[in-house]
Design a protein around this ligand. Structure first.
Ligand SMILES: NC(=O)C1=CN([C@@H]2O[C@H](COP(=O)(O)OP(=O)(O)OC[C@H]3O[C@@H](n4cnc5c(N)ncnc54)[C@H](O)[C@@H]3O)[C@@H](O)[C@H]2O)C=CC1
Ligand SMILES: O=C(CO)COP(=O)(O)O
Length: 330
């Protein structure tokens, strides 16, 4: 299998950065974008001002608002926010040739069903090969040509190798895995942990507290992951620990900075009113909390973020309760 024509579903920051990378790798690349202004800007000004401003794009990179225009693609990167994956994949499915792989690049869990995104695609795109591309990667850095490494997980080794051959670059290094569930869990859970570490940073609780939270967040990710059959190697790899570290320590993260502002005393409503971009952890926490309860998985940090974001519990009270938990074994 050879991939020459790449489709990208989603013209946000990450979709645009991945499309720019695909074009840089020499692939004929077409982005489907939701906003007509984004389609227009990519085609006519070669810049996505709305989501990735200041990054000049290859004029060969084209955008469309028409799903049918993706009909000749050899593979499609699915880079919409997680909660939009179901309706968008339903609309795209009839236009793609059978056997064309789709690669999940979104990070999250479907809130209304509790399903992993690969399970959503198994319903909306039955029989289609699926891969997951996930790792510590801020869109703005990749778009500027700075180096990144990611996990590329798929059960179909030939497709994995074809994707690496097509898109791999010295600045974009995919590492193959067959752990499709594990690669999704890291990316989903780390966003919730990034909100938590952001809150602690906003509260000025110190760097010891942040390191403690990040490490206990990893324990939470590992408990959740192993419960659903993820391999430890994946959780300790780029899509797990790697992404957890990046997202929890940097204010470039939308999730971390969301937490930071909450820690400083702002309300969710005020913060969200100023943002057009997605902070996936704010959605993921809603369902992660439900799944953890249902499955009996101990996830106290997730629970704390849920209480603050979704129940409006006072930050000081929730933090105090988290620190007062009974002492236990590591
Ligand atoms: N930005 C980043 O550095 C990275 C993002 N991701 C993941 O990629 C996914 C997409 O994120 P970004 O590209 O950053 O998005 P973004 O936050 O830059 O842009 C928002 C996106 O949501 C789309 N959107 C808004 N309303 C919509 C609707 N009603 N229907 C369909 N689409 C709609 C917009 O078209 C746009 O593509 C997320 O799951 C994110 O976690 C993964 C790795 C890095
Ligand atoms: O997933 C990301 C980095 O790997 C981007 O993180 P944010 O969505 O928090 O900005």
């Amino acid at each position: 299998m050879t991939i020459r024509k790449m489709g990208v579903l989603g013209g946000g920051a990450w979709g645009t950065a991945l499309a720019a990378t695909s074009a840089r790798a020499g692939l004929d690349t077409l982005i489907w974008a939701f906003e007509p202004e984004v389609v227009d800007a990519i085609n006519n000004t070669h810049e996505n001002k709305m989501f990735l401003s200041g990054v000049p794009l290859d004029p060969a990179l084209k955008a469309t608002g028409d799903f049918a225009a993706l009909a000749d693609r050899d593979a499609v990167l699915m880079v919409c926010p997680a909660q939009h994956l179901r309706p968008l994949s339903e609309k795209l499915q009839p236009h793609l040739r059978p056997g064309v792989p789709v690669i999940i690049c979104a990070k999250g869990i479907e809130v209304k069903t509790g399903m992993f995104l690969s399970d959503v695609l198994a319903e909306t795109m039955p029989g289609r090969p699926v891969a997951v591309l996930s790792g510590p990667t801020f869109a703005a850095e990749l778009a500027r040509g700075l180096p990144s490494a990611l996990t590329l997980a798929t059960k179909d080794e030939a497709i994995g190798k074809a994707l690496v051959a097509a898109m791999g670059l010295p600045i974009f290094r995919p590492y193959l895995s067959d752990d499709v569930i594990g690669a999704q869990i890291g990316g989903a859970v780390k966003n919730v942990m990034a909100i938590a570490t952001g809150i602690v940073a906003g509260l000025k609780m110190g760097e010891n507290a942040r390191a403690a939270l990040l490490t206990r967040g990893l324990a939470e990710m590992a408990r959740f992951g192993t419960h659903f059959g993820a391999e430890t190697e994946t959780l300790m790899g780029l899509s797990g620990l790697g992404d957890l570290v990046l997202t929890c320590v940097s204010q470039s993260s939308r999730n971390m900075s969301l937490g930071y502002e909450i820690g400083e005393g702002r309300t969710m409503a005020d913060i969200m009113a100023e943002r057009r971009t997605v902070a996936e952890g704010a959605h993921t926490v809603e369902i992660l909390h439900v799944i953890a309860k249902r499955e009996g998985i101990d996830m106290p940090i997730t629970e704390a973020v849920y209480k603050i974001l979704k129940e409006g519990a006072p930050v000081a009270e929730v933090t105090k309760a988290l620190l007062a938990r009974p002492f236990t074994r590591e």
